[in-house]
Design a protein around this ligand. Structure first.
Ligand code: HEM
Length: 144
């Protein structure tokens, strides 16, 4: 990722942090709506997964200038996800749901440039996770 996109996505965290729980809830609602088959992957609702997902995203975004620190963790997480039944198409839907939740929550603060930077960040993470799990390459909509 280029430094400008990294700076954009990192700066957006100031607006996201106070409403991170709402964004996470919207994300899961949208994910389950877009692909109801994702519902049964989660045990007992998803509060634990919601928090873990946001925390992981946070960490990755803070370390974007040195991705070698986080990518090995993402690879292990991807293998674990495959073990839990997550397939490559789920990453594509999750990317759509996450951008939707951010757009709904941040409204005009979520400019097209910030959205592109978020899309790139999610794609980097999702591609790393999916490739480590041996999935085929993700749909082009996850690319820049
Ligand atoms: C970039 C994308 C993703 C990230 C960063 C991410 C992150 C995480 C993290 C950090 C955990 C907790 C792991 C643990 O407790 O050891 C988790 C759990 C989980 N994730 Fe993801 N995840 C992603 C995508 C997905 C997708 C696309 C799905 C399926 C639709 C999914 C389904 C799950 C499930 C089923 C669990 C276990 C939840 C439970 O215990 O009920 N994740 N995820």
């Amino acid at each position: 990722m280029d430094p400008e996109q990294i700076a954009l996505v990192q700066a957006s965290l100031v607006h996201i942090q106070p409403i991170a729980d709402t964004i996470a809830a919207l994300f899961y609602q949208r994910l389950h709506q877009l692909d109801p088959s994702t519902r049964c992957l989660f045990q007992d609702g998803s509060p634990h997964a919601e928090q873990s997902f946001m925390r992981l995203l946070w960490w990755v975004i803070q370390e974007l200038h040195q991705p070698e620190r986080v990518l090995p963790h993402a690879q292990a997480l991807g293998r674990q996800h495959a073990h839990n039944g997550v397939q490559s198409r789920h990453y594509v839907v999750a990317g759509v749901a996450l951008l939707w939740a951010l757009r709904q929550s941040l409204q005009q603060q979520f400019t097209p440039e910030i959205e592109a930077a978020w899309a790139r960040t999610f794609a980097l993470l999702a591609e790393t996770m999916a490739e480590a799990a041996g999935h085929e390459r993700l749909h082009p909509s996850l690319e820049e």
